[in-house]
Design a protein around this ligand. Sequence first.
Ligand code: P6P
Length: 329
Amino acid sequence: HLLSTHRRLHVLEGAESSNASAEKDGVDDLIMLLASIAVAVKSVGSAVRRRDITHGSGTESEPLERVANETWIDCLLYSQRSCILVSEDLENPVVVESNMQGKFAVVFDPLTGRSNPPCQEMGAIFGVFRQMSGGSPVIEDVMQPGRQMVAAGYALYGACTVLFLSLGSGVHGFTLDPALNEFILTHENIRIPYCGHIYSVNEGYSSLWQPEIRELISRFKTEVSLNGKERTLRYIGSMVADVHRTLLNGGIFMYFAHQQWPNGKLKLLYEASPLAFIIEQAGGKASTGLERILDITPTSVHDRIQVVIGSYEDVELVEQLYKGPSTSD
Ligand code: P6P
């Protein structure tokens, strides 16, 4: 779809679409915005793959971080479909100049998963809201709960570059064909398995967790999965990679608050909410253990929360263990 849309976009750009005055918040404009994100992903993916060549070996990802952030901002600005941007790498939101403004507020982490360089599983995460305010964009245009997103997705620079996204009607995955340098639809209408046996949590923090979290994990991992398999742990240390595996194989990813991160480590607006949007669009569930992530309205653009996300049955089980025996028990 993206490939054909991509071609359509070239035609649109080339032929000065007949309805050039088309409303800037229509589907075509959302696709133009997503096409600009696809360009950013191609460009950053190329820089990631060449990082040890162009930056010298053993380099911190700092230059890569700056390249990624600037690439995303440029692509979104020149799409002329965005009006306000929130980046993991910027303290404050960027308001797009009025002559370049569109009607979409975009939140993104341009190079996620880099806390353990040279992590091989870096990527990007993004979410798109429709501007709610009339006239100039305001902070409230990005301070929306994830359920208000009109699109969300992630890229992963793994064995190949993939771009998985949803416009609110299912989840579709695209794989970059390096020969064409185009994204090809490879995973149409993905559904996450209802239950899985892989659990993903950093048990290295066990001594830092609250006692009830230690108890929860201990009980959860001894529960045989509904698919009849013994549970097994996989943890990459890059949320986008751990959630991507969970989407395709089923299972659960958890990041609980602990002494170092009393509210949880992961960012609500541009990590948890877009991935929650994807997982729930694929039939899974995403919560803090107590409430749905997509229902949470941020209080600041860099809010952190704890995350329990994955197969519906597995998240339900963790929520039951977390909330304790219900009053009806
Ligand atoms: P820890 C990577 O920087 C990140 O923000 C997430 O992508 C990842 O899930 C988490 O940190 C890993 O954190 O504390 O387990 O190393």
